[in-house]
Design a binder for this molecule. Sequence first.
Ligand code: AMP
Ligand code: MG
Length: 439
Amino acid sequence: MHMKSTAQIAAELQGYDPQSLTTERVSAFLNELVAPVTGTENVALFDALGRVLAEDIISPVSVPPHDNSAMDGFAFNGAQLQPGLPLQLRVVGTALAGRAWQGVVGAGECVKIMTGAVMPAGLDTVVPLEFALIQGDTVSIPVNVLKSGDNRRHLGEDLMAGHTALAQGERLGPAALGLLASLGLSQVRVHRRVRVAYFSTGDEILSAGESPREGAVYDSNRYTVIGMLKQLGCEVVDLGVVRDEPALLENALLQAAARADAIITSGGVSAGEADHTRALMQKLGDMAFWRVAMRPGRPMAVGRISTPPGDAKSNEGSPLPKPSAVLFGLPGNPVAVMVTFIAFVRPALLRMMGASTRPQVMLRAVSESPIRKKPGRTEYQRCIVTPSADGQLTVRITGNQGSGVLSSMVQANGLLVLAHGQQDVAAGDEVSVLMLNEI
Ligand code: AMP
Ligand code: MG
């Protein structure tokens, strides 16, 4: 398989400057760097939540399979309705959901019918119970409450047999699972899960459970990143915390490359770091090192780490050996890690998962106060969006925006995204917000 090197990809991107990359360039680069993993599997419908369809689903049946009533009421031939005139009908039978009425219905006649029951032959209209005046076995329909064809659901109005019900690349949510179930399917073919290895780097990083020591901080990145990976439906290989020691880092990177499709690390990628992460990444793979024009989260390393020779595990379900794993070297600061994951890693992983691309939906909200913004970088500010009484969305920034302050990330329900060229925002201006509820 032909693979472009990071240098080739960069060369093809106009205005590529690794010392100040726009977020758009980074996204374009990653789109070239990563490809969907090969390998699919059949899973039962209940196990398919969050998985990505690997095949188009052609509907084997029509849904609904026959015309049926949308209401409890009386079914009749709507051609008998005349403007300005009431209509009287005699009840000749009952149609229940799951038990159709088989008889013939003549002029001046109707059938009592329940929601979901098959429409008896020749009938196309249902008068709901609440409009019908019932006396014995006679039903009167007042003037102007009904048109011919009302309250009937058509065969195939949800799905027609032979049509594509869902296209491959669909990430299956509860509604899609219900749709598949409505076709009578009990299993589907999905892309295999993407396997992602993660480790935190840094001599000062403590694992949960270790005793505190001078100058050390507990590892939070492992929990935020692995949490986001699980939310995405990735298989996680947790390699813990790795100290800034070349031999340990090398071992962790090679293990990760052998076991996973993608590797995520945090820390050690800023220029002028005392650590060896950058040098090692460069030695083991084909890497690009960036300063992204964004805040928070400037330093980033991206590329591929070669699978150790002799250790090359084959890609499950694929005849091709796995030559390398994609590496996302994220900054160490806890909020920067989350923001760079959300902005870049998540879309790249979705692509690797085989999911079809969907535009990132942002909502527009009115800023409650002025916001300082330097043009020349994309800023992601933690914010809280609130609906006001008139239905308008307003937004305010959560307190401290320091790139290490996780508490304001917890308070936030969105990230306010201020584009590269944007200048200061005035109170009352509309801004774009990426909601965090699914991430
Ligand atoms: P670095 O990118 O390695 O220079 O780290 C930047 C900052 O983030 C430093 O203050 C680190 O202590 C902190 N940091 C790095 N990794 C983690 C982590 N896994 N959990 C919490 N803080 C971290
Ligand atoms: Mg460090």
